[in-house]
Design a protein around this ligand. Structure first.
Ligand SMILES: N[C@@H](CCC(=O)N[C@@H](CS)C(=O)NCC(=O)O)C(=O)O
Length: 338
């Protein structure tokens, strides 16, 4: 091929790839909403009410992204997805972002062509059993039947844990989480395993939640966070910094209740930068100057979202634990917003 043709072809390929992979923010703006992949119903994380309104800490990430782009946290459409379906939906472009209690792993981050935009809940896998079995730790589970969701890290960790401890189990697998819960509730298996937060959430759905106990062992790391497709760094940045803005707001003491007052009166340069009264951070993200103001005003900071949906005053009753801010001894550490 003549050199100019090669260059032309290369140029066209770059243009094509730019058009195909670098335009999610523009596409989202053009259609007027963020298409967000969520669970099929996991209280505290992503759960629909009878009117089909979605709530939860994962939903708040979708809402934060919409608030950042449109100044309207309601500009989101939700796609309920099973664990098995979720990555294909992202790869095919059916959704713009997946915010569905999804664990960041090497294989997902590489071979599946995905990028994790951060961690909105640090979790770990646990086991639940009926109290009347009298089991107090997981090593007593030799020979047990275990209900589990397919297409999850849960399945993989389960097998690792039993192998590592030279004990056996019989998997009872389902695609839909509600099938797993129903099977466990009806006694088709001895054990239900998933992320600890998932156990706390699904327990509410059991016919007698108090008849069950969550064992003390945490057998894995499950850093859960929002995910986008490979190939669009600008979009990754928008999702990543929308989440960081929520955590940064908590660190700075900015809440949905005081955000107006803080914007107008705080002398703190960090607050001014975050809320857009000093500098122009939004521009770097292709967003309006009040991108983070709108997130905090309409969605709240990370701590508010946590307490509203999964904290001690909710039916999940989850302590902040690893999800406390770094300055309170936890792992939530927003990268510097500057
Ligand atoms: N974090 C794990 C597990 C995620 C998962 O799908 N867990 C189930 C059990 S809690 C679930 O969320 N089900 C809700 C649904 O499918 O709607 C992963 O990323 O593989």
């Amino acid at each position: 091929m003549h050199i100019s043709k090669v260059l032309l072809a290369a140029g066209a390929a770059t243009l094509l790839s730019t058009a195909a992979f670098a335009g999610t923010l523009d596409d989202v703006r053009a259609k007027g909403f963020v298409q967000c992949g969520v669970s099929q119903g996991l209280p505290g994380f992503s759960n629909p009410d009878e009117q089909g309104n979605w709530t939860g800490i994962d939903v708040d990430v979708c809402r934060a992204v919409a608030a950042a782009i449109f100044g309207d946290s309601e500009a989101v459409k939700y796609s309920p997805l099973s664990a098995k379906e979720r990555f294909t939906a992202l790869q095919s472009g059916e959704i713009d972002v997946l915010s569905r209690n999804t664990t960041w792993t090497l294989v997902r981050d590489t071979s599946l062509g995905l990028n994790f935009a951060g961690v909105n809940y640090y979790d770990g896998q646990g086991f639940m059993v009926r109290k009347d079995l009298g089991i107090t730790n997981a090593l007593e589970l030799d020979g047990a039947s275990v209900c589990v969701n397919i297409g999850t890290t849960t399945e993989l960790n389960l097998s690792d844990y039993f192998r590592a401890n030279s004990i056996s189990f019989e998997p009872v697998v389902f695609e839909k989480a509600d099938e797993v819960v129903a099977a466990y509730d009806s006694g088709r298996c001895d054990v239900y395993t998933t992320d600890q937060s998932g156990l706390a959430a699904q327990r509410i759905k059991l016919s007698d939640p108090d008849a069950h106990v969550i064992l003390p062992e945490i057998i894995s790391k499950e850093p859960l966070g929002p995910v986008v497709s490979h190939g669009d760094d600008a979009w990754l940045d928008v999702v990543k910094w929308s989440l960081y803005a929520m955590i940064e707001a908590e660190e700075l003491g900015v809440t949905s209740g005081n955000v107006d007052q803080m914007r107008d009166t705080s002398p703190n340069p960090g607050v001014k930068r975050l809320l857009g009264t000093e500098g122009d951070l939004g521009k770097n993200l292709g967003l309006p100057g009040d991108w983070a103001y709108n997130i905090v005003k309409q969605v709240g900071n990370y701590g508010e979202s946590y307490e509203r949906y999964v904290g001690l005053n909710t039916s999940l009753k989850l302590e902040r634990g690893l999800n406390a801010l770094w300055k309170d001894g936890g792992l939530q550490y927003p990268m510097p917003v500057r």
